[in-house]
Design a protein. Structure first.
Length: 195
């Protein structure tokens, strides 16, 4: 059986913390690969265009043989994209192969699951893997979700896309927080700067 990790997010922008955590989980669970899925039109977040985020994700993760970037959510940005629908599409895609999907989410997302579309269905479509996030506790999650998820203790990295955006906006250095090609892309396209 093949084991694929599904790592979705806005990746606004993708940073080294995403790569470190994804590779850590891949190794811990002996996954065959991690599939990064930049969200197309996320219902709970405002973001820059899906095209920019997809392009940056390809630059950030595309050179690692253990990583794959999927356009499954970026293809259709007219509609809101929901994780449950994406997992259904992926299960359909791999139905003729012996594949187990592992949905990788942060502890903060586990606590937010009641706001998601059909959250109980996620556990039927994939094994739900929860990675540590600072200032979040598994005890805050609803028991029916907490008891069905597997928590992985990962390095706690104080790197966030929102902090990186803030630093760029304030014209501060983000060197070493981002892949160099991602940083070049941000500068070339004038992303996250003051209007």
């Amino acid at each position: 059986m093949k084991k694929y990790g599904i790592f979705g997010g806005t990746f606004n922008p993708p940073h080294i913390g995403h790569s470190i955590l994804a590779d850590y989980v891949r190794e811990e669970l002996l996954l065959d690969k991690i599939i990064f899925i930049p969200s197309g039109n996320p219902p709970l977040k405002d973001s820059i265009s899906a095209e920019h985020r997809l392009n940056m994700s390809k630059l950030a993760f595309g050179n690692d043989e253990n990583f794959e970037i999927s356009e499954i959510e970026s293809e259709n940005i007219e509609k809101k994209t929901y994780t449950v629908d994406t997992l259904q599409k992926l299960n359909e895609k791999y139905k003729d192969e012996d594949v187990q999907l592992y949905l990788i989410i942060g502890m903060d997302k586990l606590n937010e699951l009641p706001k998601w579309k059909e959250p109980e269905k996620l556990f039927k479509l994939a094994k739900v893997i929860v990675i540590n996030r600072p200032d979040n506790s598994v005890s805050n999650a609803k028991p029916e979700f907490r008891e069905r998820a597997e928590v992985i203790n990962t390095p706690e990295l104080e790197i966030s896309s929102s902090e990186i955006r803030k630093r760029i906006y304030e014209n501060k250095s983000v060197k070493y927080l981002l892949n160099e090609k991602v940083l070049e892309y941000i500068k070339k396209n004038n992303l996250y700067i003051k209007p």
